[in-house]
Design a protein around this ligand. Structure first.
Ligand code: GLN
Length: 533
């Protein structure tokens, strides 16, 4: 029988519920159990695909092409679970399907209500994700903070779950903040008491509390939390600020969180081993031998979450190369103002990530020109590849007005353009080229050396493509078409023959990088950057 863990958050947002849920997944995997994770998002959008990154952060894309919350990225990075469209449930999806059913007449004669219809749909979706995954333990993270109006139906569904599935098959974990008040030189438990009180009002008594804190929790404090929150003392888990998020599973394990969970579920204790993780990931993160600076030139630089998977992939590539990667975040519009040399002369590598719309494009193109002309290792991703093609056509192939039709419909040289089938698209949600597609790699290229495979599969999220009319003329000037999607003959990767590391890809390698297995193209970027020094 599948076991369910619900994680909720209290006091404030951004406590790291996603990372805590992923870390719980990791420690349960270390006990030999198969895990899966589900994120419940209280917003009314059907998915985050149509939201601005400043609203939502990165949109994470799954193998099957769902546009999802970035927490699914944490889940895949920390565990072996494969995320699908079933692993992210939003209020929008839930209402969408309940209303369609009502129109179809599925509930004839009834009044459709939040309880039981909306909560029922939420529970069905959690069960569906659980079934599809075949996991022993499904960790369900409820987005938002307890007390929010929007997340109430999700919390209510979580409450009903224990009733339906039985006490020992459902566990509630609540993540909370224990703030340190400097003027009193004290840490305070009151916000946590209130937050647990709020949960109890809805009918959920948490079994485990994970307490985010900058100071150590003394025995006295743990006792106090235990007493006031009605949680056993050994179930008050301290989550102190750490240098690397990848340490969290170890910290949970040291405090016996895996044992607590197994006991609650009456599960047999399997083997327990995170030694490899400690050696391969943590030690190298904390004591790296080398250091390198990589510029990320984008337009959503102000928000850490907007390029989450890119930043994590750079960390993974650093781990692989025993290197601390210092990221210099550069707003591409700043390059338009002060020039590329001014901002990029001190970096050893340049990465241009994906994006949408014209703002900041010319700065990205300038940054790429600088990388190309100065032999600086460069990785372009999605829009980054499209900009690399535009730059090359404009500055190497004398097509001064080369552009993408996304930015200039009437461009004389539309080196990036829409495929026929995209031209008729009217609905913006979920209609891009999404999810995993195979890519054939050309022999003798940098990509071939790094992947050590001739066919790879990578995830996509874009509407525009390289315009094949320009393949021959760009090749004549030294652009190599290193990766092709064979079925449609679409360009997936370009390289430059005269450059030490100029790799640009239409897909998103950052969605497949793991802390203990860096993505080859990120690994290659850091290696090349180290060589450059
Ligand atoms: N805006 C571009 C397109 O739609 C690139 C998308 C991206 O970088 N994810 O094709």
């Amino acid at each position: 029988m599948t076991k369910y863990i619900f994680t909720t958050g209290g006091v404030i947002s951004s406590l790291g519920k996603g990372i805590s849920s992923a870390s719980i997944g990791k420690i349960m995997e270390s006990r030999g159990l198969k895990v899966s994770l589900v994120k419940l998002d209280p917003y009314i959008n059907v998915d985050p695909g149509t939201m601005n990154p400043y609203q939502h952060g990165e949109v994470y894309v799954t193998e099957d092409g769902a546009e999802t919350d970035l927490d699914l990225g944490h889940y895949e990075r920390f565990t072996k679970a494969t995320m699908t469209k079933f692993n992210n449930v939003t209020t929008g999806q839930v209402y969408n399907s309940v209303i369609s059913k009502e129109r179809r007449g599925d509930y004839l004669g009834k009044t459709i209500q939040v309880i039981p219809h909306i909560t029922g749909e939420i529970k069905d979706r959690i069960k569906k994700a659980s079934q599809v995954s075949g996991a022993d333990i499904v960790i369900v993270e409820i987005g938002g903070t307890v007390g929010d109006i929007e997340s109430l139906p999700f919390v209510e569904a979580a409450r009903q779950f224990r009733l339906d599935e039985g006490y020992n098959n459902v566990l509630y974990v609540h993540l909370t903040l224990i703030p340190y008040v400097r003027s009193a030189d004290e840490i305070k438990t009151k916000p946590t008491q209130h937050s647990v009180g709020k949960l109890r009002e809805i009918g959920i008594q948490p079994d485990i509390l994970i307490c985010r804190t900058e100071k150590q929790l003394s025995d006295d404090i743990k006792e106090k939390i235990s007493l006031f929150c009605n949680v056993k003392k050994d179930a008050v888990i301290e989550a102190r600020d750490v240098e690397s998020i990848y340490e969290i599973p170890l910290i949970f394990k040291e405090q016996g969180l895996d044992r607590l969970i197994l006991n609650h579920f009456n599960l047999k204790h399997g083997t327990t081993d995170l030694k490899d993780w400690r050696k391969k990931v943590i030690e190298r993160t904390i004591n790296p031998r080398h250091k390198v600076t990589i510029a990320v030139v984008g337009k959503y630089i102000g928000l850490q979450d907007a390029y989450k998977s890119i930043y994590e992939s750079l960390i993974h590539a650093g781990i692989q190369n025993d290197t601390k990667v210092i990221v210099k975040k550069i707003d591409s519009e700043e390059i338009e103002k002060s020039g590329a040399r001014q901002l990029l002369s001190d970096v050893s590598g340049i990465l241009v990530p994906g994006g949408f719309g014209y703002r900041g494009i010319e700065g990205k193109i300038e940054a790429i020109k600088y990388a190309r002309e100065n032999n600086i290792p460069f990785l372009g991703i999605c829009l980054g590849m499209q900009c690399a093609v535009i730059e090359f056509a404009r500055n190497k192939c004398a097509m001064k007005d080369a552009n993408s039709t996304e930015f200039k419909k009437s461009a004389k040289n539309p080196v990036i353009s829409l495929l026929e089938e995209q031209k008729g698209v009217k609905n913006m949600g979920g209609t891009m080229r999404l999810g995993a597609y195979p890519c054939r790699i050309k022999k003798g290229t940098i990509a071939a050396k790094l992947y050590k495979k001739s066919i790879v599969s990578e995830r996509h999220r874009h509407r525009y493509e390289f315009n094949n009319i320009y393949r021959k003329s760009l090749a004549r000037y030294g652009m190599i078409f290193a990766g092709i999607y064979p079925k449609r003959d679409l360009v997936e990767m370009v390289e430059l023959s005269t450059h030490p590391y100029f790799v640009a890809v239409q897909f998103h390698p950052e969605f497949k990088s793991k802390p203990d297995k860096a993505h080859p193209l990120f690994g290659g970027l850091i290696k090349a950057a180290l060589r450059r020094g």
